[in-house]
Design a protein around this ligand. Structure first.
Ligand SMILES: [Zn+2]
Length: 254
């Protein structure tokens, strides 16, 4: 006896020469652009979660919809600043304002506080490819810290030292589709992914960081089966099939 689930997913293989992904959260007095999810004690090395990939897709979708003149949700749900300045560019409505009466294509895919997204982002967990302690359970990337300091205005006196974590190399993002997508929805999603290299990823983009190079994008149908074997051992099996034709048709319909 087993359980199985059939679904589609998009597998995106990409690389970055250097990126500072995430939003620069401060932890232990250091600016940390990645989320540390293993503390590296004992045998295990450090594992990090790459943040900001959903945000990258969100912003890319805004660009793609704008090019086609289609109104979608903005990433912000604010209409104006506290001083009454208009924040919302033309062709956008506040995030989630279209739901449920006039749901736009972005909201249908990405959801908002009012509705769950139909895209499930698998966490991109990375480990250092060159650390002394070899961590497992993550994609191998170059992870390093750039030491920086802020200088006092008009002087060379440092007022703050901090380390900026950066990554370099290849990584794969997997997005599971929780619903069947129409051709147009699939096309919009794929074009937004194809637009990744035009966007900046993470911080310090104007200083050359956050470049994304796409290497491969595949739409796949997956059947994942799980059974309980001898003495309670879980046996999991995954069968995948590439859907090149469906991908092509989706791209052609947006
Ligand atoms: Zn909307």
């Amino acid at each position: 006896m087993n359980v199985s689930r059939k679904f589609k997913r998009i597998k995106i293989e990409m690389r970055t020469p250097i990126a500072k992904p995430g939003n620069g959260q401060i932890s232990n007095g250091k600016i940390n652009n990645l989320l540390l999810i293993g503390n590296g004690t004992g045998k295990e090395g450090k594992r990090y979660l790459v943040k900001g990939l959903r945000g990258l897709l969100n912003h890319s979708m805004m660009t793609i919809a704008e090019q086609k003149g289609i109104e979608i949700c903005h990433s912000s749900n604010k209409v104006e600043t506290q001083s009454g300045e208009n924040l919302l560019p033309a062709n956008f409505h506040p995030n989630g304002a279209c739901y449920p009466e006039n749901e736009c294509i972005r909201h249908w895919l990405m959801g908002s506080i009012n509705k769950r997204s139909v895209l499930r982002f698998k966490p991109v967990v990375i480990v250092s490819e060159n650390g002394k302690r070899k961590a497992t359970g993550g994609q191998k990337m170059h992870i390093a810290t750039e030491n920086r300091n802020s200088l006092m205005k008009d002087t060379m006196k440092a007022i703050q030292d901090f380390g900026d974590r950066y990554i370099a190399g290849k990584f794969t993002l997997v997005i599971e589709l929780l619903r069947e997508l129409s051709q147009e929805e699939l096309g919009f999603l794929l074009k937004s992914i194809l637009n990744f290299p035009e966007m900046g990823f993470g911080g310090a983009v104007n200083n050359g960081s956050g470049e994304i190079i796409l290497e491969k994008v595949a739409l796949q149908e997956v059947v994942r089966t799980r059974a309980i074997g001898k003495k309670g051992t879980i046996i999991e099996e995954e069968k995948e099939k590439n859907l090149w034709k469906e991908m092509e048709e989706g791209l052609a319909s947006w």
